[in-house]
Design a protein around this ligand. Structure first.
Ligand SMILES: Nc1ncnc2c1ncn2[C@@H]1O[C@H](COP(=O)(O)OP(=O)(O)OP(=O)(O)O)[C@@H](O)[C@H]1O
Length: 449
């Protein structure tokens, strides 16, 4: 009997698969040598421990509760995807434990396959991206997750105005979803099978903006591409052009843009003839255009031309009921992308996320969820997985101050902390908060930091 036992143990220890056996509570009762070796642990160390303490992202303790076998499930361990089978052990109608096997014991073989898959994924992403870009807008109203009344009203407004050629000016703080709305408007319009072309007026150097927008003729300037180049307006012909960060457009370009909108024709740099174009304009900005008009930084006539239907997207702090559905949406998205499995968020974390004022709006929330998923050590997002600046947020003392004052105080503090964390690199600090560089400069100026 002892001899047979010994044979069996040797066979299992040397088995191609990694094997783990747990009891009905999820405590490890057996783990074969190859699995222990991979985890860098000794058998004596792991036996008697709860499986969640030993195996990252395990579901063995769940299988003993549900009694449901899980076959060929992708399991992410130590930076690699493995294939796991989890089978409950039944006795007298009760689950008394479970056996788990993980395939790809040969780590070299696995590493080869894993890197092969990892190299294929970005290629696939590139093709998908190209396909999406080619087919125009990427998002529809269904991608805009919300339950709040304000957002539902905005979605209704989109449905009413999408199928017209009215120019739309989308306003809202950075990260509130202006671009998502621009895509959705195009998708719902009769131009949806035509191009949707975006240009970010805030990031293109001033001297290149004109040729980016209107294109250039052969030999228009030194360094120009032979044969000339089509501008964004021409590329968008028949469809929609999305002028993002229009508030950052230099004044002399605003004049040219206005003329194009009025005449419906463009003149590429270096051209002698104009070209007729038919595009619908959607513009977006987070800048205070009315104030900029007073300061003569934005042209009033252009403002009237693009602001036919004003469209204000509320900040996330003005619609806190959207926070929870957005958290679940991003958790789902990040888990699918990373192969990690997150089942829950502890109540204290949820409380912090609900109370945070989200100066970077939804982009900040998305970044926080992404970081938390990667930092979560098990299947639950606990306090330790949250970025530090959120963990240290305290309870606000209102002291008779108005909400505006409190929000400004908090915003100033967050900007200061972020700048310190990034050694006063404004660009990095802005990126980490999910705001644009120009928004960061504005806030630094506003708060005298
Ligand atoms: N309601 C929403 N549901 C799901 N995702 C959202 C929602 N709103 C915004 N997002 C996501 O948040 C990020 C920021 O959104 P978007 O780029 O549309 O914001 P924006 O207002 O255009 O920002 P910026 O002014 O900085 O360009 C994107 O990843 C977007 O997919």
């Amino acid at each position: 009997m002892l001899f047979e036992h010994k044979i069996l143990e040797t066979v299992i220890d040397q088995a191609y698969e990694w094997i783990v056996v747990v009891d009905h509570k999820g405590t490890i009762v057996y783990m074969n040598k190859n699995y222990c070796d991979f985890l860098g642990k000794k058998k004596e160390e792991v036996i008697g421990k709860h499986v969640t303490e030993v195996i990252e992202n395990t579901r063995m303790h769940i299988v003993v509760q549900t009694g449901q076998e899980e076959i060929a499930d992708l399991h992410y361990i130590q930076g690699n995807y493995m294939i796991a089978n989890r089978i409950p052990i039944w006795m007298d109608g009760k689950v008394i434990g479970a056996v788990g096997t993980v395939i790809f014991r040969d780590t070299n073989e696995w590493k080869r396959m894993n890197s092969h898959i990892k190299s294929l994924l970005p290629q696939l992403q590139t093709y998908l991206q190209e396909w999406k870009e080619h087919s125009g807008a990427k998002y529809t109203l269904n991608h805009i997750i919300s339950v709040s009344k304000q957002m539902e009203q905005l979605k209704e407004k989109v449905k009413r105005i999408a199928d017209s050629d009215i120019s739309i000016l989308i306003r809202g703080e950075s990260g509130t979803g202006k671009e998502l709305f621009a895509h959705s408007i195009h998708q719902l319009s009769s131009r949806s099978d035509q191009p949707f072309v975006k240009i970010n007026c805030g990031v293109i150097p001033e001297h290149l903006l004109e040729s980016e927008l209107f294109g250039y003729e052969d030999g228009a300037f030194t360094g120009a591409r032979k044969g000339g180049k089509k501008g964004k307006f021409q590329l968008a012909d028949g469809g929609t052009i999305f002028l993002d960060e229009i508030g950052d457009m230099p004044l002399h370009m605003q004049v040219k843009l206005l003329r194009v909108l009025q005449e419906k024709e463009i003149e590429p740099v270096g051209a002698t003839k104009t070209i007729n174009i038919d595009v619908r304009i959607i513009a977006a900005t987070n800048r205070p255009l009315e104030k900029m008009i007073e300061e003569k930084l934005f042209r009033q006539d252009l403002y009237y031309r693009i602001n036919v239907v004003p469209f204000f997207i509320p900040t996330l702090r003005e619609r806190p009921e959207d926070i929870e559905p957005l958290i679940h949406h991003f958790l789902d998205k990040v888990c699918k992308r990373s192969g990690k499995r997150i089942r829950s968020i502890t109540p204290d974390v949820m409380d912090i996320l609900r109370r945070h004022i989200w100066p970077g709006n939804i982009r900040e929330l998305e970044n926080v969820i992404e970081a938390s998923v990667y930092f979560a050590s098990g299947e639950t997002i606990t306090l330790e997985a949250l970025p530090e600046y959120l963990r240290t947020t305290g309870v606000y003392q209102t002291d008779g101050k108005t909400l505006k004052q409190l929000l400004e105080e908090a915003e100033k503090q967050i900007i200061q902390q972020s700048l310190q964390r990034h050694h006063f690199d404004k660009q990095k600090a802005a990126k980490s908060l999910g705001i644009s560089k120009s928004a960061m400069y504005e806030k630094i100026k506003k708060y005298g930091i």
